[in-house]
Design a protein around this ligand. Structure first.
Ligand code: MN
Length: 297
């Protein structure tokens, strides 16, 4: 029992992921992978992967920077832009350009091919680029459903104050303090984009049994005054318990991800995440035989 919250228990800090390896996705996205299901799948379910691109300054260019036609099946890609612009086109007819504060929630489900590039207007001017791409797993029964594309603009995302002027939570998915986010999801998920001034003790009420991940993009936080989580680091909490608490050591931008674990086997290979090795073999065959479609030229 916690003195300040009688009758409810904290989700304990389970691990901190540091020193994320970096790599380039195409020629446009210098990415650090803050977590990946291959190491810690059950603890972070239904989330699979967290790629943090930038922050980096790109010089002005007329080149197309990014990654060309490639497939996905079995999950959703969620792209959150902080700086710069991303243009996307997919074989289901979805597409568009998103800029700072906007989110693209793409449900690959039975399969799409798509391309992801810097927005042309941004590329010509150059400047700061920063974005996050999450992979969110689909429950087995939805993995072969119709692809779907949600373009969510900054103005559609409610910004909810943390009680006591402790900052702001942009509710991308799920709910915070009774305010619902715009993203439609296939299982219970919260995605909160938080801005927190330094020197605050933040308590976030979550759900017993749900996974909880705190990713720091800017600034730093501490947990129990001893565990420090800094830029491009991630705290993973136990699923048991119903709140987390941390202190902001400075002005901080962080993403809080929480959701009900799917509790289903994960079989993944590159751009496909299914439940069995046989389904992965089938995904490769279906992509190669054109069943996931192609981009209109
Ligand atoms: Mn992709």
């Amino acid at each position: 029992m916690n003195v300040d919250n009688p009758g409810i228990t904290a989700k304990k800090l389970q691990r901190i992921q540091r020193n994320a390896a970096s790599h380039w996705v195409g020629n446009g996205f210098p990415v650090r992978s803050l977590f990946n299901y291959s190491e810690i799948g059950p603890q972070i379910s239904p989330f699979l992967l967290f790629d943090y691109a930038g922050p980096v300054d790109f010089p002005p260019t007329d080149d197309r920077l990014g990654v060309g036609e490639h497939p996905h099946r079995g999950f959703e890609t969620v792209t959150i832009v902080y700086s710069g612009e991303v243009e996307h086109r997919d074989s289901s007819g979805g597409g568009g350009k998103i800029g700072p504060g906007d989110v693209q929630w793409m449900t690959a489900a039975s399969g799409i091919v798509h391309e992801e590039f810097h927005g042309q207007d941004y590329a010509r001017k150059g400047g700061p680029f920063e974005m996050v791409q999450l992979w969110v797993n689909l429950p087995a029964k939805y993995k072969m459903s119709q692809p779907r594309y949600q373009s969510i603009l900054d103005c559609q995302i409610p910004a909810v104050p943390l009680p006591g002027n402790q900052g702001t939570v942009r509710v991308i998915a799920g709910e915070f303090n009774g305010v619902k986010g715009p993203a439609k999801t296939f299982s219970p998920i919260h995605v909160w984009d938080m801005r927190i001034p330094g020197g605050q003790t933040i308590t976030l009420t979550l759900t017993e049994g749900h996974s909880a991940v705190l990713a720091i993009l800017k600034g730093s936080v501490s947990i129990n005054e001893s565990n420090f989580i800094r830029e491009a680091e991630v705290a993973i909490f136990d699923q048991q318990g119903d709140y987390i608490r941390f202190n902001s050591e400075q002005d901080t931008t962080a993403l809080l991800l929480s959701g009900r674990p799917l509790d289903e086997p994960i079989a993944g290979s590159g751009p496909f995440v299914m439940n069995t090795a046989e389904e992965i073999r089938q995904a490769k065959i279906d992509y190669q035989s054109g069943k996931m479609g192609h981009l209109a030229s």
